[in-house]
Design a protein around this ligand. Structure first.
Ligand SMILES: [Zn+2]
Length: 72
């Protein structure tokens, strides 16, 4: 019982599956704007993540000033 019947070709693991949720990595919330959930759309606007959902190079720095602004 180790073979499945669906053609037998294994999917390469480096293929990114189509997302149904928010584009941000690891987020499974329902997207509401531009493919992001509310929180991550804010991140995108603030430049924390790219439109593909990847973190910016200086994410840590931006995130700090982002949360700082929000708290104030
Ligand atoms: Zn999200």
């Amino acid at each position: 019982m180790s073979k499945d019947k669906k053609g037998g070709s294994e999917k390469p693991t480096n293929v990114i599956p189509l997302r149904q949720g928010c584009l941000c990595e690891g987020c499974k919330r329902t997207p509401s704007r531009a493919g992001f959930c509310d929180e991550h759309f804010d991140w995108f606007k603030a430049g924390l993540i790219t439109k593909a959902g990847h973190k910016a190079k200086d994410f840590d720095k931006k995130y700090r000033s982002f949360t700082h602004k929000k708290v104030a």
